[in-house]
Every structure is written in C-alpha cells, then in structure tokens.
Design a protein around this ligand. Structure first.
Ligand code: GSH
Length: 228
C-alpha cells in the first residue's frame, strides 16, 4: 500500500495540531503524525520558528515535493482545496453569519485570542501547578484568578458569536468548530472547566459524537495525557 501523502508534525497535545488532524480525519485524508513538542529539534527542522503544526505535503501532481506548509489557516485552505467534501465552510445565512468570511473571522479570533487566554493563561499554569504538586487547589485558584477572570470574559464573547444551538454556526459543522474544540476540550479537563456555559457544554456534546473527535482524543490533555 502507498504511504500516506501527508505527514503532520506536532504532538496530539498541541491544540493547533489537533485542529488540523480533526479535519484530516473528517475529510478522510490519511496521514502520518510525528509527535514532537514546540521548539524541539524536530519542530525547528520543519518550521522556521519551531512552532506546531507543519503539514508535509509529500506529492503534488504525482511528483515528490515534500513541501512543508506552516500556519494552520494556510493548512486549512490547502486541505479544503484538495478535499472540498465534506465541506467545512459555511454559507451566508448559516448561524449568525451574513457573509461566509465570518467563519474565518471566528477561526482567527480563536487563534489570536482564545489560545493565549485558554491555554497560556489558564490550562498550562493549572496543569503545571497540579503536576508540580506543591500548592493546594485553593492556592492554585488564587494564583490563576486574574487569568480565569479574563477567560470568563473571552468565553462569553465567543459564545455571543455562536448560533444559539448546534455547532458554532448552527446545523453546519465548520472549521470554526475544529479550531475552538481542542481549546475547550482541554479546559473541560481541568477544574476551571466549570466556567463552560450550558450552551458550550451542549456544543461539546455534539462535537464528542464526531468520529474525528474520537479519533484525535488519544494523547490530548482531555484524557489526561502529557506531551509528546
Ligand atoms: N499561528 C500559528 C500558531 C501555532 C501555535 O501557536 N502553535 C503552538 C502549539 S499548539 C506552538 O507551537 N507554540 C509555541 C510557542 O508559543 O512558543 C498557527 O496557526 O499554526
């Protein structure tokens, strides 16, 4: 059997990496995954700044190229072009979107604001403190309180952009869901997951039913894993 045409560089623990593997699974594109953490030798071998993920495209039009594509939104556009169906795009009129580009707006907001607030602000400090085992839960809560306040506001603002039910843009699954999900799956795994509203919890239940979600759960914080 021919080897997969794609390799994804990045640990399943990386939320941006999971957004891409969710889509590869959903669209039925086989891939290999090289598990590495950011700023490791492998990450730098594949990304100029040692970030995750990189998608290695082994062949284009039958020719070996081993092209390294970085930046998850660029990778998403590539995946959409080579595998347009099942579509992860939305049309005007779906959810609160008046124009199609609002889906990419949501994705960009998640990447630019959600990641730092959820992961860097709350999830990673909480996990580091838990793993270190020196502070009590009360002490940890006090230490991360400012970041948790920020997180509460972010979740509220993201929810305001979402449809009232179903996926982020209502009945149609989109890239918006695949970019938001890894962050909130991590959040749900820690005590600060209590901040998730009934709407967000319903959305997560919908997401958890997807085969792509189940296929990409192994190795993530949501099941207690640690990198790589
Ligand atoms: N803009 C990048 C962001 C990727 C990103 O931040 N990845 C995280 C891992 S989930 C990372 O490599 N972080 C390293 C760092 O912050 O130094 C993308 O969309 O791919």
């Amino acid at each position: 059997m021919a080897p997969p045409s794609y390799t994804i560089i990045g640990t399943p623990f990386s939320t941006f990496t999971r957004s891409i593997t969710l889509a590869l699974n959903y669209k039925g594109l086989p891939f290999n995954q090289v598990r590495c953490v950011p700023h490791s030798d492998t990450a730098y071998d594949n990304h100029p700044f040692g970030f995750l993920p990189t998608l290695i495209i082994h062949e284009i039009d039958g020719k070996r190229v081993d092209l390294k594509l970085r930046e998850s939104m660029a990778i998403a556009c590539f995946i959409d072009r080579v595998a347009p169906e099942p579509s992860l795009l939305i049309s005007a009129g779906q959810g609160k979107a008046l124009v199609e580009e609002q889906m990419w707006e949501f994705v960009s907001l998640v990447g630019a604001h959600g990641f730092s607030v959820v992961e860097a602000g709350v999830v990673k400090p909480r996990i580091a403190a838990n793993d270190e085992g020196k502070l009590t839960d009360t002490e940890i809560r006090k230490q991360i309180q400012p970041a948790v306040d920020h997180l509460r506001k972010l979740l509220h603002k993201m929810e305001e952009l979402m449809a009232d039910d179903g996926y982020v843009f209502g009945s149609k699954l989109s890239w918006a869901d695949f970019f938001l999900f890894p962050l909130l799956a991590d959040l749900k795994a820690i005590p600060e997951g209590d901040l998730l509203s009934p709407r967000l919890l319903r959305w997560m239940e919908n997401m958890n039913k997807l085969e792509a979600v189940q296929a990409t759960t192994h190795g993530t914080l949501s099941v207690g894993a640690r990198p790589p």
